[in-house]
Design a protein around this ligand. Structure first.
Ligand code: FES
Ligand SMILES: [Fe+2]
Length: 424
């Protein structure tokens, strides 16, 4: 349970709030790289951290991310022409480069000199990395390092990327990632019917046999390591370890040789969240079968409404729940995709912003408590002038999750050390 004040601190992300300020200290993914596929391609809208922006890739391939309002009379630059090294407003032709500098004012005789005084209302650094476009929306003098995630250092064909726009506050959606307890229930049965991919843990008999794991929660220099330990055989334990990294990344437990996946939650507004989900293999390209299962199976990943980042199973249609499947035991929920099973319970937890002063936590919520504390501490420290140390060192993010069996007499820190270190 949280006080009402702490719940507000954690969940409110409009401009000027403490949490908005904290997120601005980190590079954040804001687009799929595929949304800006070529130089001079059409610009796209970006809504993030309570800002309305427009992104474009200029003639030289550089990405610009500008306030959507043209500084002249505030027409939306989204309608702009992306041409010859800049984005030109279609209302009166003013043009801006990726740094936000005004480079042409063609509709006034004083334009040649006046343009020197004009700058986009906001222009943020943006770069391609790992199939995503990342932006930094914080103070320029504090620009941090990109997090050196494993997935950003593999070839494109070793990675699958998906973006979704969800209703609901980022925190309650993200809390599902650090809630290993729910996997034994919510996602039980009805998983991976093609049998091509392993959804780590969801199909493990130990997850079902033991729904009350022993938790080992450890604060680390990158975030929180969340280890759930279950009895396996008489002399072994089944370990399932998620890595939560500041401020909103969760690398989900994955068996050796299985694809690894990471969930990234980026606040759009108090009640909307951008969700990037990536799968990758550190050593080899994804197989056709794996890509097919991720793209078209509709079980691991949800079907999308064509031309949007909205999921076909959604709140408005009750996530297409099939009560007969739920009743027959073919699926615990009756909801087809694993992602939509999560959305159904997370997008509405007493509303889009859960009132955590009314919840009743138990021992299986230990990981959630630890992550909230980490975020709260960082938010309060920043308000006191202490910058988040994680942002300064991208190498801290070279971590992996774990899903493995270890002898009972081998501590996780010893038996799992190499497996939990990224080698790419
Ligand atoms: S409003 Fe953009 S050029 Fe006039
Ligand atoms: Fe889940």
């Amino acid at each position: 349970m949280l006080s009402t004040e702490d719940n507000s601190l954690l969940t409110r992300v409009s401009k000027g709030t403490a949490m908005n300020n904290l997120f601005r200290r980190f590079w954040l993914p804001v687009l799929l790289a595929a949304e800006l596929p070529t130089p001079d391609c059409p610009p796209v809208r970006v809504r993030v951290l309570d800002e309305e922006l427009v992104a474009f890739r200029d003639t030289n391939g550089r990405v610009g991310l500008l306030d959507q309002r043209c500084p002249h009379r505030h027409a939306n630059l989204f309608w702009g022409r992306n041409e010859d090294g800049g984005l030109r407003c279609v209302y009166h032709g003013w043009k801006f480069d990726v740094t936000g500098r005004c480079v042409d004012i063609p509709n006034a005789i004083e334009g040649e000199s006046f343009k020197e005084k004009i700058h986009a209302f906001a222009a943020y650094p943006a770069v391609d990395n790992g199939g995503l476009i990342w932006a930094y929306l914080g103070p320029p003098e504090l620009e941090p390092q990109l997090p050196h995630f494993d997935f950003a250092h593999v070839a494109d064909n070793q990675r699958f990327v998906r973006k979704m726009l969800l209703p609901g506050n980022y925190l309650q959606i993200m809390e599902g990632d650090v809630d290993s307890s729910h996997v034994s229930f919510l996602h039980h049965a009805g998983v991976a019917p093609k049998g091509v991919m392993k959804i780590a843990g969801a199909a493990s008999p130990y997850m079902v046999l033991n729904r009350q794991p022993h938790w080992e929660i450890e604060n680390t220099d990158y975030g929180v390591r969340l280890a759930a330990r279950r009895d396996a055989e008489p002399d072994t334990y089944y370990w399932r370890v998620n890595q939560w990294c500041m401020p909103s990344y969760a690398i989900i437990a994955a068996e050796a040789e299985a694809l690894i996946h990471i969930n990234i939650r980026v606040p759009v507004s108090d009640t909307e969240t951008m969700y990037f989900r990536l799968w990758w293999h550190p050593e080899r390209p994804l197989t056709e079968l794996e890509v097919d299962e991720l793209e078209s199976g509709g079980v691991i990943m949800p079907d999308m409404i064509p031309g949007t980042f909205l999921t076909a199973e959604n709140m408005r249609n009750d996530y297409l729940i099939d009560r007969s499947k739920q009743g027959s035991g073919a699926s615990y929920t009756g909801i087809k995709s694993i992602s939509a099973q999560d959305f159904a319970v997370q997008e509405d937890q007493g509303g889009p912003i859960m009132d955590r002063s009314l919840e009743h936590l138990v021992s299986s919520d230990a990981a959630i408590i630890a992550v909230r504390k980490r975020l709260l501490d960082a938010t309060k420290a920043l308000a006191d002038g202490v910058e988040p140390p994680e942002a300064a060192d991208g190498d801290l993010y070279r971590v992996r999750s774990l899903d493995t069996i270890l002898p009972r007499d081998v501590p996780l820190a010893v038996g799992g050390r190499d497996l939990m270190t990224a080698r790419v």
